[in-house]
Every structure is written in C-alpha cells, then in structure tokens.
Ligand binder design. Structure first.
Ligand code: GLV
Ligand code: MN
Ligand code: MN
Length: 399
C-alpha cells in the first residue's frame, strides 16, 4: 500500500475535528483503535504478531527459509500522543515502517534476518506521567509493581486501565520481545528546526527529567485577606516558573512548566496548594542537575519569603543517550552522508539503547520545528524520503 493511503487510514483516529489535535492516551479507546489499526495492517501483510504483558507489539517478517525466531532488526515507534498532539510524533515511524516493508517486498527483497515492526505503548507518558512507560517496563528498568501503581489524572491505576482494556495486569513484566530485538532503528519526525535536509540521523538524546513541585500555603478569602497577610503558593509557583525560564536560558538548556493543578481552584480564594510539573532537559547530565538545583534554590528562597513550603519529587529522570557511533555511521553511509544531529526529545529508542540494544534513529525534517501541537507537520515528499531511507537502512542491516 502507498504511504499516502496508509497514512490516511489511521489519521482520523483520536483527532479532534475542530482543533486537529490528537488524544491517544495509553490504553484509552482511541489509542486502542490505533492499535487495532496496526494489528490489522500487520495481519494484511502476513506478519507474525507478538505482544507482551503491557501491550507492546512487534510484528515480524521472517526469512522464509528460517521461520524460527531469532534476533532481528526492529523498526517502528509509538501510536499514542500527548494531549492535543500532532499527527506525526509516533505514527510517522509506524506508518513508515509498514510502508518500508511494502517497498522492500515490491522490490523482491528477501531478508536474511527477521525484520520486526514495533508499536510501543504510552511513549509520551501523557496518561500516567511516565515517559516511555511501555519500553521502560519491557526493558526491566521500571518494575512492574511500580508501573501498575501509577495513576492517571482521574485516579485510575495502570492496573485498572489495563483490565478495562482487556489486558491482564498480572502479565506485566520485563518483556521477552526484547530478546529478539537485535537492533532497533526508530524513524521519527524531527521536533525542532535543526534538520534542514529531508532526512537525518540521531547522535544523542538529551537527558530529561520530570519533577513534581508541590507548593503549599494557606487558603483564604480573596476579598478580605490583606495582601501582606497571605501565604499564597501561586506566587511562589509564578516566581519559580520565571526562574526556570531564566536559568534554562543561562544554561543553554530547557525548562517548562506545562502542567498545573490548583487547590481548591476557586476564583475568589487564595489557593492552599499549587502542584506544578517541571520538564527539564539539557545537553548533559551535569547541566541538568545544576539547572534543577538552581531552580529549586530560587523557589525555596521565594517560599520562605511567601510563608509557603515546597516539595520537589523527581517522577522520572533519564540520563543522556549517546547512540553507538558504529551503527550511526553505517546509517549515514547508507544515506549518502545524511546529517547527524542530537535531539532534546525523548524516545523509546533511548530506553532500548540504554538497555544495551544497538540502536539508531532517523529523523524526517520538520519545516516549522513545531511539535507536541496540532500544528506539527512534515512535507509529504520528506515523509516519502523517510520511507525510502528506512527501506534502504533495513535492507542494508537485514542483508
Ligand atoms: C516525548 O516526545 C518527549 O520528549 O517528551
Ligand atoms: Mn515520539
Ligand atoms: Mn512526543
């Protein structure tokens, strides 16, 4: 099937017709619909589908002379989205993988080692707060009992969400799927403006931390409480958000407060508590640590002045990932000198690489650099170049 038809066959799933934003949170009905679309596509191609306890999937194209499974070349990405996400982050890698297999089969290529197409669950962590949730459990870096106890914003545990999706939580474990992942190559839309060629190759993934900041103060009346009598955690938070922005600029890093929860969240009451989630990233682990320390110090000093308190809890911290240079250079050679660039975005490829699986990434140009937004975009010609690049890489690795 052509890339365009494949793309169109899944592009309405979970998309808000008014905003164009996608809502495919892990194990929600829309994400399950996207997963069914994937399993249908795999069945139509006679790929052998394997699933693990949490719902990660790999569909295999086995060499005909060698039906017994052995480690192969896995490509693919994820089908879930951030809240109001774009069309490309995740699905581009899955659709391109299916299209690349179609290209190779149309050419009459027969792999010497199995080629797998993976779809890994809850990569964005948009529902349960943990990025790369499926791949972390699969790789054994997030214990199943910790994963199953995570809750979404409605208080639903992962265990309950799995049950609701028809998946037995007792099966959640380190994944046997990864034993067959000899090499992983993820194609992904580029998420900044760093790539000016149609296709590039990743050098590294920046370290990334998600931290929960809880600011506590004293609820009080918005009309009668003198300004100087207040212990308003919103003020401590507001100054912390400004400090985060300034410290990130000074460090050449990134810091974002993109999620907030306010108690009691009433217009005419000084809040009692503000919970804010900091997403911080930097080029190296030391810079990320000193960035967090600088933001926390300023927040703590401000809390003292406001008569509020602050707790900071790391919810997930991922160290830098440097992709192996041998595999990276091989991809660059296959792609006639494609540019190499780092990324500040997180990926399942980072989890698999850290777990010791030889891993590489291909990026498809993003002309505006906008991502995690309905405005995320890649030109159709660049997507087709991505499919050709992925097909060439798979052919090289599976020959
Ligand atoms: C995922 O795309 C992330 O970088 O947060
Ligand atoms: Mn992604
Ligand atoms: Mn993303």
């Amino acid at each position: 099937m052509s890339f365009e038809s494949l793309w169109a066959s899944q592009s309405a799933i979970g998309r808000d017709p008014d905003t164009g934003g996608y809502r495919r949170g892990g194990w929600t009905p829309t994400e399950r619909e996207a997963t069914h679309w994937f399993t249908d596509q795999c069945a139509a191609r006679n790929l052998t589908l394997e699933s693990d306890g949490i719902g990660n999937l790999i569909a295999w194209w086995n060499p005909p002379q060698d039906p017994a499974f052995r480690p192969g070349i896995v490509t693919g990405s994820h089908l879930d989205s951030v809240i109001d996400g774009g069309a490309f982050d995740g699905p581009l890698g899955v659709v391109s993988a299916l299209a690349a297999v179609d290209v190779l089969r149309a050419e009459g290529f027969v792999p010497s080692v199995p080629i797998g197409i993976g779809a890994f669950v809850e990569e964005e962590g948009s529902r349960f707060g943990m990025p790369c949730l499926g791949s972390r459990v699969a790789a054994g870096v997030l214990p199943p009992e910790k994963a199953l106890g995570l809750t979404d914003r409605a208080g639903v545990t992962l265990a309950a969400a799995l049950e609701e999706a028809g998946i037995d939580p007792a099966g959640v474990a380190r994944s046997p799927l990864l034993e067959r992942m000899g090499t992983f190559v993820e194609l992904h839309v580029e998420q900044g403006r760093g790539l000016t060629a149609p296709v590039g190759v990743a050098s590294s993934i920046w370290p990334h931390g998600r931290y929960r900041f809880t600011f506590r103060g004293e609820a009080n009346h918005a009309g009668t409480t003198l300004m100087e009598d207040r212990h308003d955690p919103m003020l401590t938070y507001a100054m912390t958000a400004l400090a985060a922005n300034k410290q990130a600029r000074l460090a050449g890093a990134r810091a974002t407060f993109g999620r907030l929860s306010v108690e009691p969240n009433g217009t005419n009451a000084v809040p009692s508590q503000v919970t804010a989630w900091l997403d911080a990233r930097a080029a190296d682990d030391a810079t990320l640590q000193s960035l967090l320390a600088a933001i926390t110090k300023q927040a703590t000093e401000r809390a003292e002045r406001d008569g509020t308190t602050l707790d900071v809890v790391p919810e997930s911290v991922s160290p830098v990932v440097d992709f192996p240079t041998g595999l990276r250079d091989r991809l660059v050679d296959v792609l006639d000198g494609a540019p190499v660039l780092p990324t500040g975005a997180g990926h399942d490829a980072g989890v698999f690489s850290a777990a010791g699986i030889p891993t590489a990434m291909l990026f498809v140009r993003n002309p505006t650099g906008i991502s995690h937004s309905p405005a995320e975009f890649a030109e159709p010609d660049d997507c087709l170049a991505g499919v050709d690049a992925l097909a060439a890489v798979l052919k090289d690795l599976a020959t």
